[in-house]
Design a protein. Structure first.
Length: 239
């Protein structure tokens, strides 16, 4: 395959990956605690291609933008938002999950749980159990109280290297490395939720730009294939 066709095909593949990523960002703009993905480009050159001087930029991988989303008041005492870097810790059947989506509910046994039913862990590593018949108060330090008495403290953790986190669904993350999370200084805001940190307008503009790039690369690929076809036909005529 000639360099023009190879570069166009590689570019089209990276643009398709970018379209999938942007479509996911747009689809989750209304999901509380969602963190958008962005593209990371790099100049990769394998040992076999050490003589190649084209230095074509390649889409190395996506990376998650953990910047703070806007906090919005809901008035629900079981809605919690984090102000600052950090995650709530939830216990799932597959292990510990980390999330910034504070849409909580009470299980049948009175445990504070995520919307999906995963118990939220306290600083002691145990679920936080409350009386469903009494109001629940959570202060900025994550202390859960009922009738003025402390019933638990929310575990809020952070990671030195956020690159070790992998997405599990729209709002959950799991740690892919043996890194122990550290206590976070993030403040807990009761009665609020953190919105997605992606701007719909920004993602829409990027989507249009990527689609235009894809169309340009498609035309380049078509030109390359047509040139190859004509070259083969000319060689056949000479022969």
């Amino acid at each position: 395959m000639d360099p023009l066709t190879t570069a166009a095909a590689s570019g089209m593949r990276s643009r398709m990956e970018a379209l999938d990523m942007l479509a996911n960002n747009i689809a989750n703009t209304s999901v509380a605690g969602f963190k958008m993905d962005r593209e990371l480009y790099d100049l990769y050159r394998s040992p076999e291609a050490s003589e190649d001087t084209t230095n074509q930029p390649l889409l190395q991988r996506n990376w998650t933008d953990f910047s703070q989303g806007l906090l919005g008041a809901t008035g629900s005492p079981l809605n919690l938002a984090l102000e600052g870097a950090g995650f709530f810790v939830a216990s799932s059947p597959s292990g510990l999950l980390y999330t910034r989506k504070g849409t909580l509910k009470l299980s049948t046994t009175g445990e504070l749980s995520t919307a999906e039913g995963y118990p939220i862990r306290g600083q002691d590593g145990k679920p936080i159990v409350v009386d469903p018949l009494q109001p629940v108060d959570v202060d900025p330090e994550g202390v859960v109280r009922q009738a003025g008495e402390e019933v638990g403290r929310l575990a809020v953790v952070t990671f030195k290297d956020s690159g070790s986190l992998a997405k599990r669904g729209a709002t959950y993350f799991s740690s892919q490395a043996p890194i122990v999370p550290e206590p976070s200084s993030a403040l807990v805001r009761q009665g609020q939720l953190e919105g997605a940190n992606g701007e719909p307008a920004e993602n829409a503009v990027r989507l249009v730009s990527v689609m235009r790039q894809f169309e340009s690369l498609k035309k380049a690929l078509s030109v390359g294939l047509d040139m190859n076809r004509r070259a083969i036909e000319d060689v056949a005529k000479v022969s």
